[in-house]
Each structure stands twice: as C-alpha cells, then as structure tokens.
Design a protein around this ligand. Sequence first.
Ligand SMILES: [Zn+2]
Length: 414
Amino acid sequence: MASEEAVGFAPIARCRVCDSPELFEVLDLGVQPLANAFVGPTEPPPPRFPLVAVGCAECSVVQLSGTVDPRLMFDDYAYFSSYSSSMVATMRDLAQRTVTDERLEPRDLVLEVASNDGYLLRHYRDLGIRTLGVEPAANVAAVALDEGIDTRVEYFTARLAADLRREGVAPRVIHANNVIAHVPDVHDFVEGLRLLLHEDGIVIVETPYLVDLIDRVLFDTIYHEHVYYWPLAALVRVFAEYGLVLARCEHIDVHGGSLRAVWRHRRSDDHGLEATYLGEETARRLTSADSYAVFARDVAGSGRRLVENFEAVTSSGLSLAGYGAAAKATVLLNYAAVGESTLCFVVDRNPAKQGRLVPGTRIPIVSLDVLQQSRPDALAVFVWNIWTEVAAQLHWYVESGGRLLDPLAGRRDQ
Ligand SMILES: [Zn+2]
C-alpha cells in the first residue's frame, strides 16, 4: 500500500460492533476515491483509499476494512435529499403515518439525526409538530435553516445528546435515516440515541439491508461513506447493549432494500420483538465466509458485463453518456475502469455537482441542458434506485430515439 493512501485511513483489526478479531474478506473493490469527492477539472484528483468489505464471524455485520477520516467526507456533502422527487413523497407519507401511529401532538418533538436539507422534518412541521434537525454538513444544513427548520450543525454523538438532554430536549420520535451505516463509532451513536430518547419515545432507523445487498448484487452501494452493511442481528446486538429493544421492523424498498427498524427503551427484562424478525436471517449463516462466495463471483461477472455492454455501444460508433453522478456511479466506473473515452459525460440535476468530474475519472458532470443539446445515442442510468422516476423524466429523450441502459443488466447469473 503506498504511503499516501494511509493518510486519513485507519485499518481495523477487530470488529467495530462486537470487538471480535475474526474478520474475513467479503469483497475487494480495489483502491478507490471517495465516492462524493467531486473536484473541478483543474483541481488535483481526490485521494484513493482501499475499498474492502469484511464480514464478522461473531456478530455477522459486514463493514469496511478501514475508516476514512469522516472530516474528508461529510463537511461539504453534495447530496441534497430533496432533489429526488420520489423521496419527497415517501417522506411525506412516513411523517403522516408516524404522527398518527404515535399520536403525536404539537408539543411533542421529532428529532432527526443527519437531517440533511430538512427533506423529512419539513413534513412534520407542515403537520404542526415541533422539529429539530442535527446535520454536520454546513452547506446542506443551511438549506434547512433557510426554510425555518431548526438545525444543529454538528455530528450526532453521545456528548451532543447529553447536551441536548440538559437543554430539555427529549424527542418522542428520533429518525435516523441512512446514517447508521455511516458512523464508525456506532456505540457512541446508539448511546446518544438512548440518552436523548423520551421514555415513551421511539427511534426509527432506516438502513440498507445486508441481505438485499448480497441477493441483488448491489455492490455499487459499497463505498467509503458506508462503513457498515447491516444485518438485523448485529443491529439488535448493539442496540441491546444500550437498553434499546426492537419494537417492530419492516423490510422496505428503498436503496435496493432496507430495514426500517423501530426501537424503544427496554422495560424491565423484555427483549422486544427480535425473535419474531430474526429467524430467516439466522438461516443465511452471515457469520460464515462461504456464504459470500457466490456474491463475490456475481460482482466480478457484473463488472465484466458492464464493460462489454458499454463497448457494444461505443464500438458500433454510437455515443454513450451517463445519468446520475451518484456515489454508485463513482464506484462502478472506478471498479470497471471506465473513463472519458467511453462516457462523454454524466448528467446530474444537482447544480453542486455540475462542472465537476466523476471522482477518479475525467468524465465531466453536466446539466440536463447539455443532454438536450447533444443527445448522445445511449444513456447509462446509474441511479437504479430511482429508475422509474428517471425514465419518466427522460421520456422525451427516449421518444427522440435515445436509449436508456442499465449498466448492471443481468447482475446475477440466472
Ligand atoms: Zn462483530
């Protein structure tokens, strides 16, 4: 490993969740740039770090083999949740349902950890509920603050939770959407949830589900910001350590398949409903290296097919571009070593990414206007999680003879 790669990267020797030294390799995606390290064409390329997922023989969590300094990743986070319109609708429904189910009243507080631009809390506010966001990325939090959504610009830690509790903050509902996969010190994080949560409150945690990642070969969701790939068993284990038990759990169709797990304080000696939800997962033997062999083979096959699919377009003299400069695109393009000689540009609706490069490549990121003007023959859609929405937005492109490609078509050998 070159020495410059070690700067800002701390390899682990033991499981971050259960401290076991029995870790085994699940997948090696090589040395990659941070998936959201968007730099301009004249700036130096972003640094690269090993991207290796390891399994734990004790608690079954899958995690990265090392930690990149979070300050390199989140302070200027380019992901604005509200840019995805299907997500806006889903969040409105979630807020509405939670207000009804938990019988929330205007004096009750809903707090969201990693509240982004207020994409969820604004719906609670519209329903007349008090809200507070915690969001470390100042540029993203500024959007929420501008909309009048009270937001603490900080990382969520046990220390912050203790401070908030002293200020009288005791949320009836805490949301943690797509954040528990990102936080290396998950123990401190869950301790913070315990400290802060109202005694009759619930914590709603959404996180991509390891079993879906494996079964659907979603290896493009593995990148440095995602330290963990959670099975339910490992979540139950770490929450139980802090006196939080499972109240219910849903398997939802977000990010290729996620868990929406609801936690509450343990009362006397109960274990919540963990037994109800864990049976199927136990049968998967996620603590065994053998269980991942097919997955690793499928990933290698997907990478080869992606290159073949792209070459089939370009070798016949047609032009190819991409849609969605999401982290997934960075992972795929770097893994398959696809560059600007294959993809002329990647379209993204987020102005913060336009004019910059797909990390680790020289592929420019452009606005929809450029797509309209230059009309490439085919467009590889990297944001498969919002495929339906994207296909609807690009109806005009397909109508005018353009072709949408799924870069990972046939990701499983079936
Ligand atoms: Zn473990």
